[in-house]
Design a protein around this ligand. Structure first.
Ligand SMILES: [Cu+2]
Length: 181
């Protein structure tokens, strides 16, 4: 979730009271903010999890090594997985950044070691895409922003069904991209 400018003030406040480590190695969950209802976020709950879907403009992605070297201020760091080619960005703005954050309902923590599957169905063109899962965090946001997803083709004006499955629990989202942005 790259909109640091939009959410910066709130995040700085959280960081001041509860420093959140960027390392996720060996941990299952961490106490953190996340999966909150806010503008542009779609929430679906299953017995164990709370899934928060966000669809944004494509974001600049960095590997952890690039972050250490280049010190970017914006964009996201990729902890696992691979980005889908951004070549589609020139295709009339069809490219979108689809991301899902997963929280434990019981502990109210961000689930960091999940292997979810995300299937994107464009119900307007009847096209089904299995989203390649990358694990990401907004730069400077830490584990509170850890999420799963990738860049996908989502033409404006189309309707979509997005199904996220984790350990047999399934969250289904129905979204529509506005005709013009
Ligand atoms: Cu992301």
């Amino acid at each position: 979730m790259s909109s640091i400018l939009r959410r910066g003030a709130a995040l700085v406040a959280f960081a001041a009271i509860a420093p959140i480590g960027a390392s996720v190695a060996g941990t299952t969950t961490t106490t953190a903010v996340g999966c909150k209802a806010e503008a542009g976020v779609h929430i679906t709950v299953t017995p164990t999890y709370r899934f928060a879907l966000r669809i944004e403009k494509p974001v600049k992605m960095y590997t952890p090594a690039q972050v250490r070297k280049m010190h970017p201020k914006h964009g996201e760091v990729m902890l696992r997985g691979k980005m889908t080619s951004m070549g589609g960005m020139s295709m009339g703005g069809s490219m979108r950044h689809l991301e899902v954050q997963i929280c434990s309902r019981e502990k109210s923590t961000v689930v960091t070691n999940a292997n979810p599957t995300i299937v994107l169905v464009d119900t307007s063109s009847k096209k089904t895409t299995k989203v390649h899962i990358a694990v990401m965090e907004g730069i400077g946001e830490g584990v509170a922003d850890l999420h799963y997803g990738n860049n996908v083709v989502m033409p404006a004006g189309h309707r979509f069904t997005i199904t996220v499955t984790l350990k047999g629990e399934r969250a289904v989202f129905h979204v529509r991209r506005p005709r013009s942005m």
